[in-house]
Design a protein around this ligand. Sequence first.
Ligand code: IPM
Ligand code: MN
Length: 375
Amino acid sequence: MYRISVIPGDGIGPEIISEGIKVIEAAGDVTGIKFDWRYHPFGADHYLKTGEVLPDDALEEMERTDSIFLGAVGDPRVRPGILEKELLLKMRFYFDQYVNLRPIKLYPGVPCPLQGKGPEHVNFYVVRENTEDFYVGIGDRLRDPTHRSVLEIKRKIYEVRLDIDITQGGSEEMAYQIGVISREGTRRIMEFAFELAKKKGKTRVTAVDKANVLTSVYGLWREVFEDVSGNYPGIETEFNFVDAVTMWFVKNPEWYQVVVTPNMFGDIITDLGAMIQGGMGLAPGGNINPSGISMFEPIHGSAPKYKGMNRANPIATILAGQMMLEQLGEQETADIVENAVIEVLKEGKVRTYDLGGSSTTSEVGDAVVRKIEGG
Ligand code: IPM
Ligand code: MN
């Protein structure tokens, strides 16, 4: 029996999460696994009603469960940043989910926007560092030049050139945001990436950065990658600059096997990755603490426009459920889910609008369940 914390969230979140649960239940019935789903109301509605985003006692409750399953959060009525930082990022940090694992896998029957590319060309993992880099939350807006010396900030924190004379005429307002990585934080993500390569039979790990410009942070990033790679002599390694990666994902996705990336670049390149695997409706992600409590979610947002319309594609969420089962050590049940999804996609009869069909969210969930039940 697994206890799973569930946060359906906002927009399409509740609709897709219930399909995910339905499918996990069906697969668990086959292998004899039971689940106890513990629902939490957090998200925009709860926040607007109560002013509460994610209280500490809820985190403590979740800590006593085996995993977290999240739909989506975000709502136009709430200022950007609140739910993202105080709910999603708070959980990632609180549970030290230092891996954001995002498989980029194109399944048969799914249209790919890249001409001439099929499932044999798009099948790799992005391992996104999930607790450091520009996500550490160190930054400020300096509105009042007399409050702190803007010039001093410029000298001490920035090492940038400002060609404009900030003391003359115009506004002296500045803002800064700092990216921080640690040797230990980098080591553990590199180790995860190499171990994943080993486990999945991949033979190359690509490290992404921008070490030609952001030399301090990504200089350390590179050094640690090289250190750790020394323990994996059978695995080929390379560095790619992030700008080049966005080009190569499109031009030559078959090159990639395991890609390890700092947090912010990982955020960006996995949206691109989602497109080449057939769209946001198909892209799952896992926020993983290998020895703690992990959280699984589709990487797309809450799509408020489609709320309550039974229109959104639940497959990303169903595949997030598959990742959760795998992380719980239930490989057989995870495979049952993935194989059922593969069959439904290959058949192409039941599919949502994003894949050119007209099926509803729940029809897709039902079709996956039927495959699991041998129908
Ligand atoms: C994601 C999202 C989040 C991120 C936001 C909502 C904080 O874009 O999971 O990719 O930037 O990590
Ligand atoms: Mn993102």
